[in-house]
Design a protein around this ligand. Structure first.
Ligand SMILES: CC(C)(COP(=O)(O)OP(=O)(O)OC[C@H]1O[C@@H](n2cnc3c(N)ncnc32)[C@H](O)[C@@H]1OP(=O)(O)O)[C@@H](O)C(=O)NCCC(=O)NCCS
Length: 150
């Protein structure tokens, strides 16, 4: 079944906290961080949920009001058992559809090949690196998407 992609609602909070922990382990956002994201839904955050009855994936965007400011894709994840079935792509397509005419930036660990493959597939290009940015010394790769580069 293809999940439905929809905007997050306040009562998704608990499910997303749990799913984030499964997807990110020790780097998961704690409940207060998720609450802070939800508190900004009316302001500059967009959270999309892949819904199969239960939440199986999500993407979090920071969308500044000023159109010339880049959108930051803060997080995207799919439940481990549901990966490689196109849900990450569905979430990314829905996220980028909301970013017409804008630049989108994201940061990914240099060793996260699965995520990088997804991003490249949507036309993201590496623009810079932060050497040794992550704990353990892994580089962060900054990638950029612009609609006309698709
Ligand atoms: C990155 C992530 C969201 C991808 O979700 P997904 O649902 O597996 O992605 P899709 O099935 O839509 O795959 C989309 C494309 O990404 C690439 N891709 C995904 N998994 C891949 C794999 N195991 N090997 C190679 N390419 C892969 C492919 O280009 C794929 O297209 P394809 O299906 O035509 O081969 C998922 O792996 C995840 O949640 N990872 C853990 C969290 C994370 O690291 N998030 C990113 C940092 S914020």
């Amino acid at each position: 079944m293809r999940p439905r992609i929809r905007l997050a609602a306040p009562d998704d909070l608990e499910d997303l906290v749990a799913l984030d922990e499964v997807c990110f382990g020790s780097s998961a956002w704690a409940e207060p961080s998720w609450q802070a994201e939800f508190d900004r839904l009316a302001d500059d955050r967009v959270v999309l949920v892949a819904d199969e009855g239960a939440a199986v994936g999500y993407v979090v965007l920071l969308v500044p009001a000023a159109a010339e400011d880049p959108v930051d894709l803060l997080r995207i994840a799919v439940a481990p058992a549901e990966r490689r079935t196109g849900i990450g792509g569905q979430l990314m397509a829905a996220a980028l559809a909301r970013c017409a005419g804008r630049t989108v930036l994201l940061e990914v660990a240099a060793g996260n090949e699965l995520a990088a493959a997804l991003y490249r597939g949507f036309g993201f290009e590496e623009i810079s690196r932060r050497r040794g940015y992550y704990a353990g010394g892994e580089d962060a790769v900054i990638m950029r998407w612009q609609e006309d580069h698709e």
